[in-house]
Design a protein around this ligand. Structure first.
Ligand SMILES: Cc1ncc(COP(=O)(O)O)c(C=O)c1O
Length: 463
């Protein structure tokens, strides 16, 4: 427990919450009037609107008597009404307030399985789907199942979303990092994986699984297909389970890259279920939907033996079931309106608008970073974040030492206290060798405030 750290909700965020309290109780006491939370991808907290069709459906499912009222026909779209009717028919008792099957409602899993099959072009089985309260509980569940003792290791990327290191630590396993290469746009070299694995083995670690995040957080890269094939082959050869975090599958902003699930890559390489145990994590929190607070997602589990699957089911059943709103949303994410549906046109406008806005803001922030003294930032291809490298002057590093802070935490605290912008120091993602800052993108005042802060900071500490 004590080894577990979670920087996206760590020291800087706790300090930000204190400042927010101060702004409420003593308005005007700080040099800014709002806290700008850029520490985690939480789009609706920053003004992103939910997809109308999804919310219409949720409202109708949660309050089914609306379906019997005449005025509902003028307030809700025709396909929301018909789909809500169908979804309710698949829920035992038509009740969103009832527990469901521990893997989730079968009718919704069927829809998700069909969505995955349409996405990948390979068959998918609804029995392989476990609905979860977001990707995080699914990750915890897998770590709990995989880790027996402190000698069981999990390979995970650096820089990484700290859910992985936190979860491995919580479940008492060994962290086996592999490194993404900033100089090649956060690509990976399978020889590095091999070396890290061998080092771990020579220390008595039994590596059980490899985590890959694609598109990446915090680094924003979309893996090249060749890299994906290398990972699949590596896991197969080394007998590692593949844990693929695919929560940003809708967030790709470059024309020359597209999302390929690891299952699709494995199947197109000729590997079948029995060749490679793998898990794909998906969530309703990201993409264009951004429904983080609704807590929904799923794991698609393939290639595990029947006795292992029984244990996975047992752990899921100890949690009873995931929340039903999240389950419905997960089915909508994998089966959104199609051309010809009544809501399609408005759904498409909303979806495209959100994704274009995310892409525009990513580029604006990337350009702003690369035009500032001492900052370099790779091109962002996907996800919701930028991971710039900030070369701090020696004087700033000494000031950090005097304040008993790591240089990147010192910078992030100064940024927060001057502007109200909350970022995560690079070390929170495991990038210890340089003071980088995981700065999340948001609407434009961020850029001007950040720029003014950085220029003043450099003027104060320039060597
Ligand atoms: C890579 C990645 N995986 C998983 C999660 C967890 O998401 P949730 O539990 O909301 O589905 C996040 C959240 O930011 C993430 O960035």
């Amino acid at each position: 427990m004590l080894k577990c750290e979670y920087a996206v909700r760590g020291e800087i965020v706790i300090h930000a919450q204190r400042l927010q309290q101060q702004l409420q109780t003593q308005p005007g006491s700080l040099s800014f009037d709002e806290i700008l939370y850029c520490n985690i991808g939480n789009p609706q907290s920053l003004g992103q609107q939910p997809i109308t069709f999804f919310r219409e459906l949720l409202a109708l499912c949660d309050h089914p008597c609306l379906l019997e009222r005449e005025e509902t026909k003028s307030l809700f779209s025709a396909d929301a009404i018909s789909q809500a009717t169908n979804i309710l028919a698949s829920i035992p008792g038509r009740a969103t307030g009832a527990y469901s099957h521990s893997q989730g409602i079968k009718g919704l899993r069927d829809v998700i399985a069909a969505g995955i099959a349409a996405r990948d072009g390979f068959p998918t089985n609804a029995d392989d789907i476990f609905l979860t309260d977001g990707a995080s509980p699914g990750v915890h569940m897998m770590m709990q199942l995989l880790i027996r003792n402190e000698k069981d290791g999990i390979l995970f990327p650096i820089p990484q979303y700290p859910l992985y290191s936190a979860s491995i630590a919580l479940h008492g396993g060994a962290l086996v990092p592999y490194y993404l290469d900033e100089s090649t746009g956060w690509g990976l070299e399978i020889s590095d994986h091999k070396k890290q694995l061998e080092d771990a083995q020579s220390n008595g670690i039994d590596a059980r699984a490899l985590v890959v995040i694609n598109p990446g957080n915090p680094t924003g890269q979309v893996l090249a297909e060749e890299n994906q094939r290398d990972i699949v082959k590596f896991c197969k050869n080394e007998g590692l389970d593949l844990l693929a975090d695919e929560v940003y599958q809708e967030n790709i902003y470059v024309d020359n890259k597209k999302f390929n699930s690891f299952k699709k890559i494995a199947r197109s390489m000729g590997y079948n279920e029995e060749d490679l145990p793998s898990v794909s994590f998906q969530s309703v929190s990201k993409g264009y939907y951004g429904e983080c607070g609704k807590r929904g997602g799923y794991m698609e589990i393939t290639g595990f033996s029947a006795p292992v699957r029984e244990q996975i089911y047992k752990v899921a059943s100890v949690n009873l079931c995931s929340n039903i709103t999240g389950q419905i949303l997960a089915s909508l994410v994998m089966n959104p309106p199609k051309a010809g549906d009544a809501s399609y046109a408005s759904y498409k406008v909303e979806k495209d608008g959100i994704l274009q806005s995310l892409a525009r803001r990513a580029k604006a922030l990337e350009d702003a970073f690369n035009n500032l003294e001492g900052i370099t930032c790779n091109k962002t291809e996907g996800a919701m974040y930028l991971f710039p490298q900030i070369h701090l002057p020696q004087k700033a590093i000494e000031a950090a030492k005097a304040a008993k802070k790591a240089p990147d935490a010192f910078y992030a605290l100064r940024l927060l206290e001057s502007t109200g912008i909350v970022v995560v120091p690079g070390s929170g993602f495991g990038q210890m060798h340089n003071p980088a800052s995981g700065l999340r993108r948001r609407r434009s005042p961020i850029i001007s405030r950040f720029k003014a802060f950085h220029e003043a900071f450099m003027a104060q500490y320039r060597d």
